[in-house]
Design a protein around this ligand. Structure first.
Ligand code: ADP
Ligand code: MG
Length: 226
């Protein structure tokens, strides 16, 4: 099953009078269950492409089809609905809510999507266990290591049972041991739950774990290798 289909997509940004063509004609299909890295030098368009797949942005031209729906034609709020139901996001700087503990951070997307209290509790407990952080339930982000914070962020991204997790430079702020552990965790979650992972990265550790490598250069895909 195709979870994301990108057809002839361009994305330009206008800064004053200067136009930057971040993406110059992208065609890409992502199938359910993939574990794929978008790689390429800084400025090649990785984040821009990930944000389009994640319904956080819209293309200048072309189409973005997510689970069969053309999201490039939808309003902002319709896109937000699609995003909440199907996509989990993991960021370079973890982006946890600093005043909430690990349990509450993972629970947040479930509160926002109206999941009932007993179901919320069960899912959060299960997720804490599956990312190996049951003992950190009550800790706030500043009481956890970078690796632990990223594991909370991954559990939070999985909470709404998305079909796809998009991770932008997920290991960039982790040392080599924690970076490797995060990749092992995401590999296991991919195998156990079949959730699709797409990374934007230039980290060799991420590339090593990925099953498909899509290389971008100057806003174009220059290679796509299994
Ligand atoms: P990468 O993630 O591969 O480093 P990006 O997708 O962030 O690349 O950026 C691709 C190009 O688009 C760069 O030249 C960047 O400066 C430009 N760009 C990205 N986002 C914006 C924006 N919001 N406004 C203006 N230019 C942008
Ligand atoms: Mg980037």
């Amino acid at each position: 099953m195709t979870v994301a289909k990108i057809i002839d997509v361009t994305r330009s940004f206008l800064t004053g009078k200067i136009e930057t063509q971040a993406l110059r004609g992208i065609n890409l299909e992502i199938q359910q269950g993939e574990f794929t890295a978008l790689v390429g030098p800084s400025g090649s368009g990785k984040t821009t492409l990930l944000q389009l797949i994640g319904c956080l942005d819209q293309p200048t031209s072309g189409s973005v089809i997510i689970n069969g729906t053309d999201v490039s034609k939808l309003s902002r709020s319709q896109r937000a609905d699609i995003r909440r139901g199907t996509i989990g996001y993991v960021f370079q700087f973890f982006a946890l809510i600093p005043t909430l503990n690990a349990y509450e951070n993972i629970e947040m997307p479930l509160l926002l999507t109206g999941v009932n209290a007993s179901e919320r509790h069960e899912r959060v407990i299960t997720l804490l266990e599956s990312v190996g952080l049951s003992h950190r339930e009550k800790n706030r982000p500043d009481q956890m290591s970078g690796g632990e914070q990223q594991r909370v962020a991954i559990a939070r991204a999985l909470a709404t049972k998305p079909s796809m997790i998009l991770a932008d430079e997920p290991t960039a702020n982790l040392d080599s041991k924690n970076g490797e552990a995060i990749m092992e965790l995401m590999t296991r979650l991919n195998q156990e739950t079949g959730v699709t992972f797409v990374f934007a990265t230039h980290d060799q550790r991420v590339i090593k774990f990925s099953k498909r490598i899509v290389t971008l250069q100057d806003g174009l895909i220059v290679s796509d290798q299994p």
